[in-house]
Design a protein. Sequence first.
Length: 367
Amino acid sequence: MPSNLNNQYVQFVNVKKSYDQKNLVVKDFNLDIREGEFVTLLGPSGSGKSTCLMMLAGFEEVSSGSILIDGKPVTNIAPYYRNIGVVFQHYALFPHMTIAENLAYPLKVRKMSAEVIAEKVAATLELVELTDFGKRYPGQLSGGQQQRVAVARALIFEASIILMDEPLGALDKNLREQMQLEIKRLHKKIGFTAIYVTHDQTEALTMSDRIAVFDDGIVQQCAEPAVLYEEPSNLFVANFIGENNNITGVIKTIDEKTVTVTLANGSEAIVRNGNCTDVGAACTMTIRPENLFINKPDALRQNNVDSKFLMNVYVGDSIHYYFTLSCGTQVWVKLLNDHDAPVIKEGDSTHLSWPLDRATAFQESVN
């Protein structure tokens, strides 16, 4: 991203939101978004992510705090004057208007000339690869095509920011994946500032420059996708992003970057320190299923634990292997479905191993 762009183009500063003056659905939200950045607000239903989007759009009032666009407070500015485009899950297209008329509508509201409108409509239809669909009505288009029109309508008046609230939720898996790539293509080509809301972690990881993970009205972590996946800041983020195995234990020793954990059977593991501060405290180790190795002791894999094989599940491109550890915890391993996939009998004694930098310990309660 060019260095001359505004690194604080959109700012949420100590933003709070309550609908009943008692319970906060958004709690002290702070976030800076760079100009041209694609940021996703990710979290379970009811976590406050859509509320933040609607406050930025001006559709919800801010209970306290401030929102700034390009350094200017917009909390008390009407939605129309914020120059923000919004894409909703259910398209919100006018069914009685053609596609060209739908695209022209926000330009007519802004009192642009007929000549300018015609030029912008033609250019935008070409941009979203719907040049031949201008005279059709929304009901004559597929769901994916309708969503492309909805995105085009948000882009056509050159909005400074595009907000997308679960825009692909109504599409089937294949269409959703196609639209993810389409939106990424448009973002790369045009460079608009995008704030995207979803509860779909794969969608967030695929599309975002950064992801803010919400839970209970609080941002748990905001980082690039790879950082969120590889270096989660707490147990909620570790379990919400991607797939995980959780193994409980007690903290034996703490170094600057690693923790020694005693498992229920007395064995020990050395893993990365997520947030551990207290020797003797209960903790949970998280290990991604692709980071566990079956029956492959190696000097580079500092942790080994005995296990018993339960079963495997074929899921096409991968095979999931399920084990019970000697400490009593059930875990699973994810391997590619190729010629290296092991053949194990139910009940076989095995052992699993992992490198210390591929597992993280989180203290259950930090003082």
